[in-house]
Design a protein around this ligand. Structure first.
Ligand SMILES: Nc1nc2c(ncn2[C@@H]2O[C@H](COP(=O)(O)OP(=O)(O)OP(=O)(O)O)[C@@H](O)[C@H]2O)c(=O)[nH]1
Ligand SMILES: [Ca+2]
Ligand SMILES: [Mg+2]
Length: 731
């Protein structure tokens, strides 16, 4: 038998009987449906069968899962099968659920169903006979029961009742009639089975009670679960409601936010458009303004245009006039250029003549030089002879010395007196060259003015070329100032005296007549020569004489440097030197008087050929550059090579970087000058003719170098044959 929860209940067994399926009818368990079937078989009526089959079908339709019972919602499955609405099905469910536990067992379903079906259903067009037959059957069925019941005695009734009470079947069996009938039937037909039947009933009922209790428990649990589920469902439902609400709210919120954002965006776009519109209107206004201004300007430009045309015409006229004037000026310029050209040619001719004369003079000088050398050699020989004779004479007249009270003149003077053979060089020269004494010589070496002796008047014909008496020459000529002083002590004689005094000879040297310091002619110096330096007027003749040539680009400051060196003064705005010029300055170098004859050459290119000639036979060269003029430094190499061409590399060279006072305009760093000096073995100083810085020191260094070089040469010659070693300038 299937319990409401679907468990199958096994049929009760008699004590001592093994379990096993006995043959049908030996106490077999009767499923209520089985009992129904038995009824069917017994009361084989078609209507009942149909009804029962129908009920089975409907039960199985509802209980599709095969639970063995059907719930409320399973009932809805009959909606398609039966012409009933869902509500009506709900009512049928409630009607069929006799115990109201929310489930329908098969009994409740079939018994209730047939009542409900037949009582509810309007007779359909079905076979009324069938209906009637069914109704009759029912009546028969019921009556039979009644009949049976009618026949049942009271005691059987009481027995059955007692049995039922004992078994407590009221709670379990809804309808005891079937059992009653069966009991009666067994009692009548098979009394020996009655006890089995009663045992069976006892077991069935106890199991039914257990099942019933279990079912109740299950139902309670189920109810509880359902309640819990309902609660949960309710809760879920509420949560769902909440979520849906919140979702709706969020959605609405988002919607509003989006809407707000969208509206803000649209507002901003609107604002931008308004601004653009405003800008465009302003731009339009500006353009209109410009347009009017342009119109206005246009009128003004038109007016200006007409004015300009007028001025243009005037300018054209002006231009024509100026072009005429320009043509005149050009003609004048051409005539001036022609004159300048003539002048230049004359000048060139003059320079050429000067060069020519210098060339001639140089040739003359060279001849004189050779002659003088001859004479010098001759004189030296005679001097040596005299010297020996002197010595001998001294020895002879040693005793007679005492008779002499005062010193005779210089050795030379004695020699001259005794011999009477040696006239002064100047007298000799006079004889040789026939030049009268006391004349000043021009740059060209010719006397500037011919003076009648004693008259002081220029002679007839004015200055005219006369044979040279004493030449200012770069070679052997003693210091020109000796000329003017009238003191004609040729250098060699001076050094002779010095030698004698050096050798400690006790002889008295007559005082040399004082040099005549005031020159005879106003200039007193050859043209172009400056006033003598003060030192020149020093009484003693110099021990050494060195010719030094001063070269360098124009305007580097050569002349200013020499003026600073000789006169210790600086005159700005010096005129450029023309050709060549020279000065003499005596220095005291290590207690000996060294005379420097400084030749100041013209830096300008055009005098280059003249100055070159003075490089020959120079004892020393000074190359100057302007440290504020890079070009003058770059030309130093060229000066050095032309000096080397003329005098070779045996002549010491002093390199001077001038205008040191102009530091802020310096263009040549000191290092470059030092480097060039080291490379070419030069003495190097940076100086300033303006401030006098290093003017004396540099020349003193050169003079000392020259003196030492000469001393070594002398020593070498005395030692005969030892070649002189060239000392390096930089020491
Ligand atoms: N600041 C400054 N200027 C100087 C110096 N030496 C010369 N000068 C100026 O430079 C210019 C040229 O000077 P000069 O002595 O005539 O130059 P130079 O080398 O004799 O020129 P030439 O005779 O043409 O070769 C003159 O204006 C001088 O005043 C110096 O040491 N410092
Ligand atoms: Ca029920
Ligand atoms: Mg000069």
């Amino acid at each position: 038998m299937a319990a409401p929860d679907g468990r199958v209940v096994s049929r009760p067994q008699r004590l001592g009987q093994g379990s096993g399926q006995g043959p049908k009818g030996s106490g077999a368990c009767l499923h209520p449906l089985d009992s129904l079937e038995q009824k069917e078989t017994q009361e084989q009526t078609s209507g009942q069968l149909v009804m029962l089959r129908k009920a089975q079908e409907f039960f199985q339709t509802c209980d599709a899962e095969g639970k063995g019972f059907i719930a409320r919602k399973d009932m809805q499955r009959l909606h398609k099968e039966l012409p009933l609405s869902l509500e009506e099905l709900e009512d049928v469910f409630d009607a069929l659920d006799a115990d109201g536990n929310g489930y329908l067992t098969p009994q409740e379903f079939t018994t209730g169903f047939s009542h409900f079906f037949f009582s509810q259903n309007n007779p359909s067009q079905e076979d009324a006979g069938e209906q009637v037959a069914q109704r009759h059957e029912e009546k028969v069925y019921l009556s039979r029961g009644d009949e049976d019941l009618g026949e049942m005695g009271e005691d059987e009734e009481a027995q059955f009742r007692m049995l039922m009470d004992r078994l407590g079947a009221q709670k379990v069996l809804e309808d005891e009639s079937d059992v009653k009938q069966l009991w009666l039937q067994l009692k009548k037909e098979e009394p020996h089975l009655l006890s089995n039947f009663e045992d069976f009933l006892t077991r069935i009922i106890s199991q039914l009670q257990e099942a019933h209790e279990e079912k109740n428990e299950l139902e309670c649990a189920l109810k509880r679960k359902i309640a819990a589920y309902d609660e949960e469902i309710q809760h879920l439902y509420e949560e769902m409601e909440q979520q849906i609400k919140s979702e709706k709210e969020q959605f609405l919120l988002k919607d509003t936010e989006r809407f707000q954002a969208r509206s803000q965006e649209l507002e901003q776009k609107l604002l931008c458009k308004e601004q653009e519109l405003e800008q465009l209107t302003q731009k339009q206004k500006r353009l209109e303004g410009q347009c009017t201004a342009l119109h206005h300007d246009k009128h003004e430009t038109k007016a200006e245009n007409t004015k300009l045309k007028l001025t243009n015409q005037e300018l054209a006229r002006e231009l024509e006039r100026t072009s005429w004037e320009l043509q005149d000026a050009q003609q004048q310029l051409e005539s001036l250029q022609q004159e300048a050209c003539k002048l230049h040619q004359e000048k060139e001719m003059e320079v050429y003549r000067v060069t020519e004369s210098l060339q001639r003079e140089k040739a003359g000088l060279l001849k004189q030089l050779d002659f003088l050398r001859e004479r010098n050699k001759h004189l030296r020989d005679e001097r040596d002879i005299c010297f020996q004779k002197n010595k001998a004479a001294k020895a002879n007249t040693a005793a007679s010395r005492a008779s002499w009270k005062k010193r005779s003149g210089s050795v030379i003077g004695k020699y001259v007196d005794s011999r009477g053979i040696l006239r002064s060089q100047s007298e000799e020269e006079e004889e040789v060259f026939g030049i009268p004494r006391r004349s000043s010589l021009g740059l060209s070496g010719y006397p500037l003015t011919e003076e009648e002796p004693g008259t002081g008047e220029p002679g007839p014909g004015g200055p005219y070329p006369r044979p040279l008496r004493r030449i200012i020459s770069i070679e052997e000529d003693p210091l020109p100032q000796l000329l003017d002083g009238g003191f004609e002590q040729p250098l060699s004689k001076c050094s002779e005296e010095e030698e004698v005094s050096d050798q400690g000879v006790q002889g008295q040297i007559p005082e040399a007549p004082p040099l005549k310091l005031t020159p005879t002619s106003p200039r007193g110096q050859p043209v172009g020569k400056e006033a003598l330096c003060k030192e020149e007027s020093s009484a003693s003749a110099p021990d050494r004489l060195f010719k030094i040539v001063f070269v360098g680009n124009s305007a580097v400051g050569k002349t200013s440097f020499l003026r600073r060196f000789c006169e210790d003064r600086f005159s700005p705005g010096m005129a450029a030197t023309v050709g060549i010029d020279y000065r003499v300055k005596t220095l005291n170098v290590d207690n000996s008087q060294v005379a420097l004859q400084l030749w100041d050459t013209a830096g300008q290119e055009r005098y280059r050929c003249i100055t070159q000639q003075f490089f020959r036979k120079a004892d020393g060269v000074i190359v100057m550059y302007d440290l504020t003029d890079k070009q003058s430094f770059l030309s130093v190499r060229r000066w050095l090579s032309s000096v080397e061409e003329a005098v070779g590399d045996r002549v010491p060279v002093l390199l001077l970087g001038n205008k040191l006072d102009n530091e802020k305009e310096r263009e040549v760093p000191r290092g470059l000058g030092e480097q060039l000096a080291t490379e070419n073995n030069l003495i190097f100083y940076e100086c300033s003719a303006y401030s006098g810085h290093n003017t004396k020191e540099s020349l003193l260094h050169l003079a000392r170098f020259l003196k030492e070089q000469e001393d070594t040469v002398r020593e070498d010659t005395i030692q005969v044959g030892h070649p002189a070693k060239k000392k390096s300038c930089c020491g």
